[in-house]
Design a protein around this ligand. Structure first.
Ligand code: PEP
Ligand code: MG
Length: 315
């Protein structure tokens, strides 16, 4: 965007007809929280806690974790902060949680699977989150990465409850969780769709591999259909569904996600203003109509071009 197109953002996400969409920030360090709040984020939709401890040989101490989580919560008094439990493995190995070498790390022990293999590390993290939540006024939500079964969702939610963490949800980033979202959300309080991994696993295309980047595209109608299915499950169970993958930061795609039924979008703070602007220029009915067109497209390119052409604000 040129200087004349720089958008301002007042912290309030709405469609042109006033339908609210929560616009939240993705952060990866305690120090990011204040900047995210200054950029107008209404809260944090994804705190990638594993980023804080990537270079550690030893697990972080309880005091250290409490201090890190409190720093984030303190930047958002009274606001929603979604803390993701450690998403270790695959592209984000944590030395203190390293397992046996794997031929296919993206399909191996990562995310919640790592936590299940090291329950003492997950319990220590949940204890620290609960302590931080008790000391600050933010509305703390906890979610697990890489959930693939209903049982995993149920066990995670029960474990959070044992630590007094009552708003426990799951990321939907594996097609199995999207397909069974109605049952997953019978247990989980909310779902947050990780479109980066959901695209990787739906298209069988490594998200880090440039040679398959054409397939690694959240505009793929197959990915959008899984988003729609997740939203259907959320509506059926009366649970909110958000998106915290990079797709939420793409204005035309944000419109489609809202049209599919997503109620919050979490993104890098610098994308907030542009996403807010496109939503403010589009009614909820238009979002739904564009979502239907994107779902009906037979390629990612058709979906993207059809939606972009219908959004004059992006021209
Ligand atoms: C995702 O997969 O879309 C996501 C938000 O998680 P991460 O990018 O940290 O894997
Ligand atoms: Mg992910």
């Amino acid at each position: 965007a040129s200087a004349s197109q720089v958008r301002t953002f007042d912290g309030d996400g709405r469609t042109a007809d006033g339908h609210r969409v929560e616009l939240l920030a993705n952060i990866g360090a305690p120090g990011d929280a204040a900047q995210a709040a200054a950029a107008g984020a209404q809260g944090v939709g994804l705190f990638r806690t594993e980023f804080v401890y990537l270079d550690r040989d030893e697990a972080p101490t309880p005091d250290e974790q409490v201090a890190d989580y409190r720093a984030v919560l303190a930047a958002f008094p009274g606001r929603k902060v979604v803390i993701r439990t450690l998403d270790a493995g695959a592209d984000k190995p944590l030395p203190f949680l390293a397992g046996a070498p794997e031929a296919n790390p993206a399909l191996g022990v990562r995310g919640l699977r790592t936590a299940v293999a090291h329950p003492e590390v997950l319990d220590a993290q949940l204890r620290a989150i609960a302590a931080a939540a008790a000391a600050e006024s933010a509305d703390v939500w906890v979610m697990a990465p890489m959930v693939s079964t209903v049982d995993e969702a149920q066990e995670f939610v029960e474990r959070c409850a044992r630590h007094g963490l009552s708003t426990a949800g799951v990321m939907v980033e594996v097609p199995s969780a999207a397909l069974l979202a109605d049952r997953v959300l019978a247990h989980a309080a909310f779902a947050s769709i990780g479109t980066n991994d959901l695209t990787q696993y739906t298209m069988a295309a490594d998200r880090l591999l440039g040679s398959v980047a054409g397939l690694s595209d959240a505009w793929q109608p197959a990915v959008l259909r899984l988003v729609a299915e997740t939203c259907r499950g959320g509506a059926q169970q009366g649970r909110p569904v958000g998106v915290c993958g990079e797709a939420a930061a793409v204005p035309a795609l944000a419109v489609v996600l809202v049209g599919l039924g997503v109620s919050s979008l979490s993104m890098t703070p610098r994308a907030l203003a542009d996403v807010a602007a496109v939503l403010a220029s589009t009614t909820l009915d238009e979002c739904r109509r564009l979502a239907a067109l994107a779902l009906a497209a037979s390629s990612a390119r058709d979906a993207r071009e059809t939606v972009r052409a219908a959004l004059p604000v992006l021209a």
